[in-house]
Design a protein around this ligand. Structure first.
Ligand code: PAF
Length: 286
C-alpha cells in the first residue's frame, strides 16, 4: 500500500493510472476505522482494480461545539487494517494542504434543500462541509466509483445530488449499515459510549423497528406515531433530536403515493449523538 500525504504526490500517482483501463474506486473516511468502513473497502474491491482510501478529519464539517478535537485518531491501526485488505493507496492529507487559503476563504459546495433539513437543521453548515470536502477529494482522486455507508443516509443523498447537479463523472454506491451483534449501528463515535449508555444504545434501533412494524400493520398517522416514539425514547433515557419518516429519494415528507420510505433517527445519549435509519416499502393496508 502506498501512503500519500501531499496532493501533488497523489496527482502524480493518479497520472500513472491515466491511460490504463483500470477502474478506480474511492472510499473517503475520517479514520478510526471499524468493520463498517472495512465493508466499504471490501465492496470497493469487488468493483474496482485500484482502491484509494482517504483519512481526513474534515474541520469544515464540524460545528463550533462539536467534537473535532476529541474525534478519535488511530492512524497506525487504520493503516495496518487497510494494508491487510489490499488497499492500493492511503491518502492522508494535512488540513494546511486541503484548505491552503484557510477555511474562511474556502470556496464551498452546497446542495440546497437536502442540506438544510433534518440533520442539516440540527447541524448548520455540516453538509456544506461534507459536500465541499467530498467534491475536493473527488477532484484529487478522480475515481470512477465512490463508496459511502448508508448509516449516514442524508449524507449519501447529499453526495448523490451533488454528483448529479455538478455532472460529475463517477458512480456513487451506498453500502448497507454494519451493526454490532446487539443491533447498534457501527460508528466511530460509539466509543464515547460508556456503561449504561452503551447498554441502552441498541434500544434506538429496536424502537425504530417497532415503529416501522406499527406502520406495516396499518398506522399511517406518521407525525403522531413519531411523537409517541420520541416520548418513549426520552423516558428510556435518550434525548431524541429527530425521528422522521421521509421519502427515500428526496427526504421530503411523504405524499400519499409514496411507498419507498426511510425512518431517520438521531438521539443523544449524554453528549454522544447516535444516528440510524431504516428503509422500508410501505405494505398495502389489509
Ligand atoms: O462519513 C464520513 O466519514 C465523512 O463525512 C466523509 C464522507 C469522509 C467526509 O469527510
Amino acid at each position: 500500500m502506498q501512503l500519500i500525504t501531499k496532493i501533488l504526490d497523489l496527482r502524480e500517482t493518479r497520472r500513472t493510472w491515466q491511460n490504463s483501463a483500470k477502474v478506480i474506486a474511492f472510499v473517503p473516511t475520517m479514520g478510526n476505522l471499524h468493520q463498517g468502513h472495512l465493508n466499504l473497502v471490501r465492496e470497493a474491491k469487488k468493483h474496482a482494480d485500484i482502491v484509494v482510501v482517504s483519512i481526513f478529519i474534515n474541520p469544515m464539517q464540524f460545528g463550533p461545539d462539536e467534537d473535532l478535537e476529541a474525534y478519535p485518531r488511530t492512524l497506525q491501526s487504520d493503516s495496518r487494517l487497510l494494508e491487510s485488505l489490499g488497499v492500493d493507496v492511503l491518502f492522508m492529507p494535512d488540513a494546511s494542504d486541503i484548505y491552503a487559503r484557510g477555511l474562511e476563504q474556502q470556496t464551498f459546495v452546497e446542495v440546497p434543500g437536502l442540506s438544510y433539513m433534518i440533520c442539516g437543521a440540527s447541524r448548520p453548515g455540516h453538509f456544506r462541509g461534507v459536500a465541499t470536502i467530498v467534491c475536493k477529494l473527488f477532484n484529487m482522486v478522480q475515481p470512477n466509483l465512490a463508496f459511502f455507508g448508508e448509516k449516514d443516509f442524508q449524507q449519501l443523498q447529499v453526495i448523490k445530488a451533488m454528483v448529479t447537479d455538478l455532472s460529475m463523472n463517477l458512480k456513487v454506491f451506498g453500502v448497507a449499515t454494519t451493526r454490532e451483534d446487539d443491533g447498534l449501528a457501527m460508528s466511530s463515535r460509539n466509543q464515547y459510549l460508556r456503561g449504561a449508555h452503551r447498554k441502552l444504545a441498541p434500544t434506538l434501533y429496536e424502537k425504530m423497528q417497532q415503529l416501522v412494524g406499527e406502520i406495516q400493520t396499518g398506522r399511517r398517522d406518521f407525525i403522531k406515531l413519531t411523537q409517541e416514539y420520541k416520548l418513549e425514547l426520552s423516558k428510556l433515557g435518550f434525548n431524541p433530536d429527530h425521528l422522521e419518516i421521509r421519502n427515500i429519494e428526496n427526504l421530503l415528507q411523504p405524499g400519499h403515493e409514496d411507498q419507498d420510505l426511510v425512518l431517520l433517527a438521531a438521539a443523544f445519549l449524554g453528549k454522544t449523538r447516535l444516528i440510524d435509519n431504516l428503509q422500508f416499502r410501505l405494505k398495502a393496508k389489509i
